[in-house]
Design a protein. Structure first.
Lengths: 572, 446
């Protein structure tokens, strides 16, 4: 068992073995595939009829979708590595960037899709790559913020003694970053990347087929495949797409994230060696493959050399503050912010005055409350269903070990691929879309509630379980006094994620179509969707801003205080 | 400072009139260190001995260049210090090892920062690892090791850069008694055999015996603000014998020194910044539970001490260090239950009454002592009595505390106020509302 050893550092005989042959073949095949997919991005923009519904095209589409995800992920990582340190190291930048990130996190990305598509298409007229960038940008915006937040939080909580040790041994800023800050942030960063990726599949699928005004842009991918299948009422194709997506997520989960999470546990800060979890099979495979190991070592060495380079910026010690200059700079900085904010306010005011009436505004707010009611109802249902089940599973370690990866896996599955199935049922039984489209919003995000509750129940201390059994606490009293307070912090985390994602998905969940039938639920999500397909900029901006405000207010008024309360009172 | 005086080459560190204060919004600063002078020569082990809150760890960080003092002159080999000094390395109380680096990588970190080539780095790391008795652990990760082994890594990491001065911040206090003793003897053996690649050691400790066992010179610090109260030379050659009567006597003397009531009126915590300092009703309270106080009083009153106990003997009997025992004693002294006298502690009449009483009477005795001797508690009770609804937000008292001490001390003092007040049933406290009240349904939280 070598959970704590990097593949790169493990030693052994260096002769190629049978694992290497397999590995090399896999790597070469991957390169060929990527090259082919990349070539496709230079092709002219396909029209709706160039997306083929034959099943033989699906693997290629799946590959294109996956590559889009990983390109966006690369951008998100670069963004994180640059902007989180800026926010953490500079008080003045942090003042602006942290609230900005917080708001960006709550903006429904899908609402802006039509703008970004137009913007990127105007950069590369007539080329697929413009639409590619728009899709990648959409995924990026769904991933980057929480990764940056996680890194920022780690940077501001670097243990004081390690910080002092690194300064005492005179590590340069560069060395500190790679030797202390990045490793310390690694577990949180990997975990948040995983969450981001899970959310990202949803957006990549949604962003492959965008209709602005009369034009529909289609990018070869699973998302566009499904959207074409929908307009052709081709149920078989929809099911193939679902199966293809399941396969893609299974592969990415097994090949990439299980090994990454296991590997990142070596950076966990607590000094006790935690419960040893067996290596995921891929990590074991990598550790057995000698050539790959050599390659890994070369990369590790290079990383070590780069990270260890003594690029020395003047390291200042917390010197006596010079309040006068500092205050002057603060003044200038605040003035700059005020000017920019003022300008922005003026732009918004002129825009609003020109294109939005008070009546419209009131109507959109009202629509917001409709969607709010739907989100709340969905959360209530999910809670009622999954909390008891989650507790039941969590208290049985064997089941929890089995269910936990499945729930995480399901959370990554883009729920929008399942929409058609629901729509067919709604059409068949002529159900009221205002009520029955509601489950769509939560179908993908309910898993967050489940796996958090399972995690909470499995972490519930054994002695408390025994004590409550010993005192004969049973039934409702047990739920009220024992288990609900015990899992509450976990539940809040899950519900918070689920509710945020539900708002976002309302944009695609309140309008559903099957062939020529379109079902619409009255709400803010369908409003944004309608304005988008009508190409009405003012309406989109209004809808998106109102939705952002709803999310922000609910977070501030409900989730944050609940979370604080849970952490303060109900953690062990 | 005085440039004409030629600098003694064997003087590594010279600190003059050093002062460290904590800036406050108001006109006054909270002083952590005041008027500290220290010079450190080659070839000696110097100990900074004092209670927590005496600023000795702060002083260590000033010497290392991690912290710039508010005022005063700090020189390393005659040159002013303006950042982490090359030639000074530090051993941390918490070890401060990087959990994602192996033992060897941890040890080599300082060399890497200096840009030492890889081959030399590995050779020197290996030497340091062997010297400190870690051979065979090169590829282990810190979390696989015991506390004692981890601190050996911390030592090797500090020694590998061949520092002139080794700083140690309570290096053994996170270890169990036996492990700590082994490490101390190993270190002293290496030092007396001249095998340690350092010229001088400066260590912070609150363990009196440790200081007498290891140091050539001990600076005893007084608290609030931290100052050098006295300086002692330890005349015994290494290896030292703990049971030697002269050794015991020295330990006894230091106990007496550390528990002596300040002769002069203690300087207020608040520095004069124009306005004359206000009279000082607010002092930090030690974090001492009422159970500990009751337990200590019962022990002193019982056999074999019969009301008066020798502090080192008491510390030995309880397996407590001075830093754990003294705050309890001081809390008792503050409440008028006990008194320190020449390294002994004895119960007062109030203390004896407390020991003899039953639970309810004890609470009454305690409440009376609190109201008589702890102004902030008395003030809280007065405010509650005066208010029509008998409630008061805790915030105003927190603010008052923070005007006189650092936020950490204000916080721990507040917690003590709440715990003591609850035990004495003077008031109850609702944490959610952060509010004091006179309700009968008091919350028992020791």
């Amino acid at each position: 068992m070598t959970t704590s050893a990097l593949p790169a550092f493990a030693s052994g005989r260096r002769l190629p073995n049978v694992w290497d042959a397999a590995a090399i073949i896999c790597v070469l095949a991957l390169l060929v595939l990527v090259a082919r997919a990349a070539h496709g991005t230079l092709a002219p923009l396909p029209s709706a009829d160039t997306i083929h519904l034959e099943i033989s095209y699906l693997p290629y589409y799946a590959l294109r979708t996956t590559i889009r995800m990983f390109v966006a992920l690369a951008f998100s990582i670069v963004f994180t590595l640059i902007f989180a340190p800026l926010a953490a190291k500079s008080r003045r930048l942090g003042m602006i960037m942290i609230p900005a990130l917080d708001i960006l996190q709550s903006v429904p990305i899908l609402g802006f899709l039509s703008f970004t598509v137009l913007f990127f298409l105007s950069l590369f007229p007539g080329r697929v790559i413009g639409a590619e960038f728009a899709a990648i940008f959409a995924i990026f915006t769904s991933q980057a913020w929480n990764m940056t937040f996680s890194f920022y939080q780690s940077l501001t909580t670097v243990p004081r003694d390690l910080d002092e040790a690194s300064r005492c041994f005179r590590l340069s800023t560069w060395q500190r970053f790679w030797r202390l800050e990045v490793p310390f942030a690694m577990p949180g960063l990997v975990f948040n990347t995983m969450l981001s990726m899970s959310g990202g599949w949803f957006f990549v699928v949604a962003s492959e087929a965008v209709t602005v005004g009369n034009t529909t842009f289609l990018l070869p991918g699973i998302g566009s495949y499904v959207s074409v299948a929908l307009s052709h009422s081709d149920l078989a194709a929809v099911i193939y797409a679902i199966i293809a997506m399941l396969a893609v997520i299974l592969i990415y989960d097994q090949l990439l994230f299980r090994p990454l999470v296991a590997w990142s546990s070596k950076f966990r800060f607590e000094m006790t060696s935690g419960g040893d979890v067996p290596d995921p099979w891929v990590l074991g495979f990598l550790r057995r493959t000698r050539l790959l190991q050599l390659l890994g070592e070369a990369i590790g060495d290079l990383a070590n050399v780069v990270g260890g380079m003594g690029m020395r910026f003047p390291v200042r010690i917390p010197a006596a503050r010079r309040p006068a200059t500092s205050r002057l700079l603060d003044g200038i900085w605040f003035a700059c912010i005020a000017v920019v904010t003022g300008f922005a306010l003026w732009r918004i005011a002129t825009f609003v005055a020109a294109s939005i009436t008070l009546l419209q505004f009131g109507r959109v707010i009202l629509l917001g409350f409709f969607t709010l009611a739907r989100v709340a109802a969905a959360l209530v249902i999910v809670t009622a269903v999954w909390v008891p089940i989650g507790v039941w599973i969590g208290l049985r370690p064997r089941w929890a070990r089995l269910i936990q990866p499945i729930a995480q896996f399901l959370a990554a599955f883009p729920a929008n691929l399942l929409f058609p199935i629901v729509v067919i049922v709604l059409v068949r039984f002529a159900l009221n879309p205002n009520i029955w489209l509601m489950p769509l919003m939560i179908v993908g995000t309910q898993w967050y509630v489940l796996f958090n509750v399972v995690a909470g129940a499995s972490a519930f201390p054994g002695d408390l379980k025994e004590a409550s059994a010993n005192l004969g606490v049973r039934g409702l009293l047990w739920w009220r006094r024992v288990i609900i307070p015990g899992i509450f912090p976990y539940y809040v985390t899950g519900a918070l994620t689920a509710s945020g994602a539900a708002w976002n998905s309302s944009i695609v969940a309140e309008v559903a179509s099957w062939g020529h039938t379109t079902l619409t639920a009255v709400g803010l999500g369908s409003y944004i969707a309608e304005q988008t397909s009508a190409g009405n900029t003012a309406g989109i901006v209004l809808g998106v801003s109102v939705m952002t405000s709803f999310v922000l207010v609910i977070n501030r008024v409900l989730w944050r205080p609940l979370h604080r309360y849970a952490v303060r009172r109900l953690t062990f | 400072m005085d440039q004409t005086v030629p600098t003694d080459t064997t003087t590594l560190v010279r600190i003059e009139n050093c002062r460290q204060s904590y800036p406050k919004e108001s006109a006054s600063d909270v002083i952590i260190l005041d008027e500290v002078n220290l010079s450190l020569r080659e070839g000696e082990i110097v100990g900074l001995l004092g209670r927590s809150g005496s600023g000795k760890s702060t002083l260590l960080r000033i010497v290392s260049g991690l912290l710039k003092p508010t005022a005063g002159d700090v020189r390393w080999r005659g040159k002013p210090i303006d950042g982490p000094v090359r030639g000074v390395s530090m051993v941390f109380q918490s070890f401060a090892l990087f959990p994602w680096l192996t033992v060897e990588e941890n040890v080599a970190l300082g060399l890497e920062a200096q840009g030492v080539p890889r081959a030399e780095r590995e050779a020197r790391a290996e030497d340091a690892i062997d010297l400190i008795g870690l051979g065979g652990y090169e590829n282990a990760y810190p979390k696989e090791m015991s506390g004692g082994m981890r601190q050996r890594v911390g030592l090797a990491r500090a020694l590998v850069v061949h520092p002139d001065l080794l700083l140690m911040d309570e290096p053994f206090s996170a270890l169990d008694v036996l492990t700590a003793e082994t490490l101390r003897t190993d270190l002293i053996d290496l030092w007396s055999e001249g095998r340690l690649p350092v010229k001088s050691i400066l260590m912070v400790t609150h363990n009196i015996e440790e200081a007498v066992l290891m140091c050539d010179r001990i600076l005893v610090f007084s608290s609030n603000p931290g100052r050098v109260a006295s300086e002692l030379k330890v005349p015994f050659p290494h290896p030292r014998e703990r049971l030697d009567p002269a050794f015991r006597q020295m330990v006894d003397d230091i106990y007496a020194l550390m528990t002596r009531r300040p002769v002069e009126h203690p300087k207020p915590l608040v520095a004069d910044k124009g306005a004359p300092p206000a009279p000082q009703p607010v002092q930090p309270l030690p974090v001492v539970s009422t159970n500990l106080m009751a337990g200590l009083m019962e022990t002193i009153e019982g056999e074999p001490y019969n009301g008066r106990a020798d502090l080192p003997a008491l510390a030995n009997a309880f397996q407590m260090e001075a830093d754990e025992l003294l705050p309890i004693g001081e809390a008792l002294q503050m409440l008028g239950f006990a008194e320190f006298e020449e390294g002994d502690i004895s119960l007062t009449d109030a203390g004896r009454r407390f020991v003899g009483a039953d639970t309810d009477d004890r609470k009454e005795e305690f409440a009376a002592a609190l109201r008589a001797h702890v102004p902030i508690i008395n003030q809280i009770r007065q405010v509650l009595d005066e208010r029509w609804n008998h409630r008061a937000p805790a915030l105003r008292f927190r603010d008052e505390l923070e005007d006189h001490m650092s936020p950490e001390y204000a916080d721990s003092t507040m917690r003590t106020v709440i715990a003591w007040g609850r035990y004495g049933e003077l008031f109850s406290y609702d944490r959610e509302a952060d509010q004091f009240s006179l309700d009968d349904d008091h919350d028992d939280e020791d």
